[in-house]
Design a protein around this ligand. Structure first.
Ligand SMILES: C[S@@+](CC[C@H](N)C(=O)[O-])C[C@H]1O[C@@H](n2cnc3c(N)ncnc32)[C@H](O)[C@@H]1O
Length: 323
């Protein structure tokens, strides 16, 4: 399917919830908001239309997403600045633009519907395609290179941790054995091998058995967790006082990481027993969601991609002197 065909089908996840969460921080004149995951520009377009005073800085590591969104956001002229970057580079991007702090930041993690729909990028296990999975095809190892070169131990580790795959060791053994016969190039062969590697009883439950292997490869190929682990603290440091951050995660490893950074900022770090809490030990973030929020049943009905989403919102309530 071409990107032109897939674009109109795209429905941004929890769109109005994100706008409402950011509204108190970004409604005043001069506000700057960062869309860390521009994608097809759904959230960015809503930010620019619903907040007429806002200036948007939007980032994506996928050049194809930037190209499509540039057309979509062209009517907003210089209110939108689009930058090809990985989201852990946001502090540097802002510095280059001469923007010291921002009032809002939005992360809508994972892959875009365009990336999933474009078969030749190899993200989807449902169609036979070259095993690439790089969000930016100009750098890094492809999924095929990972499969063909990593040791058994490394493959088992990524399948277990990034895919939360129970049969990681078994699948890694099959991959190592089969690549001796012929290197991996396409997804259908991998899907078939994974299916055969897991016990028949497990095969009958929980959807396509290759789903976890594909998730693991995608996370590894794009360094997703390492990048997020740098990106969240960088984004929090870039928030002005009263600034708000919204993060939507689609799998538990990402959500756990976001939760930990938010919780650390919202915790009183004073040693127990002090008569008062020194300024530097007071929380500097306020959590605005109780746990993680889910999409409504109605939204999931309309847009299956909203089913796994976990949304968290926090507000910066104190300077920390870190930046
Ligand atoms: C779920 S989509 C965003 C969809 C977008 N909110 C919309 O409404 O169209 C996620 C996007 O983030 C991008 N992305 C993922 N990881 C990234 C990273 N580390 N740095 C920059 N962009 C990234 C992907 O290329 C993809 O286009």
């Amino acid at each position: 399917m071409s990107s032109e065909n897939s674009a109109p089908k795209h429905v941004p996840v929890m769109l109005q919830r994100c706008m409402d969460a950011l509204a108190p921080a970004i409604s005043a004149p001069g506000a700057v908001v960062v869309d860390a995951t521009l994608g097809l520009g759904g959230h960015s377009e809503a930010l620019l239309s619903q907040f007429p005073e806002v200036r948007l800085v939007a980032v994506d590591r996928d050049p194809a997403a930037l190209k499509l969104s540039a057309e979509r956001l062209a009517p907003f002229g210089d209110r939108a600045t689009l930058v090809h970057a990985v989201y852990d580079e946001i502090p540097a991007v802002l510095e280059d633009l001469g923007i010291p702090r921002v009032q809002g930041i939005l992360f809508d993690l994972g892959v875009s519907s365009m990336q999933l729909d474009e078969a030749d990028r190899g993200f989807a296990y449902a169609q036979d395609a070259p095993l690439d999975m790089r969000m930016d095809q100009s750098r890094g190892l492809s999924a095929a290179e990972v499969l063909n070169t990593y040791s058994h131990g490394e493959l088992a580790r990524i399948l277990k941790f990034y895919g939360e795959e129970r049969f990681a060791g078994k699948i890694a053994s099959v991959i190592v054995r089969e690549r001796e016969k012929e290197p991996f190039t396409n997804s259908a062969r991998l899907v078939e091998l994974v299916r055969n590697a897991i016990p028949a009883a497990t095969r009958r439950t929980g959807g396509n058995p290759a789903k976890r292997t594909f998730q693991a490869l995608r996370i590894e190929v794009n360094g997703e967790l390492e990048v997020l682990d740098r990106a969240i603290p960088g984004a929090l440091d870039s928030l002005a006082m009263g600034g708000r951050i919204v993060v939507m995660s689609y799998q538990s490893l990402e959500d756990r990481l976001v939760k930990q950074y938010f919780a650390a900022g919202a915790t009183n770090t004073a040693p127990p027993g002090l008569p008062f809490i020194p300024e530097e030990n007071q929380p500097w973030l306020k959590l605005l969601t109780r746990g993680a929020e889910l999409a409504t049943e109605a939204e999931i009905e309309e847009n299956r991609r909203a089913a796994p989403v976990r949304l968290r919102v926090a507000e910066r309530i104190r300077e920390t002197g870190r930046r």
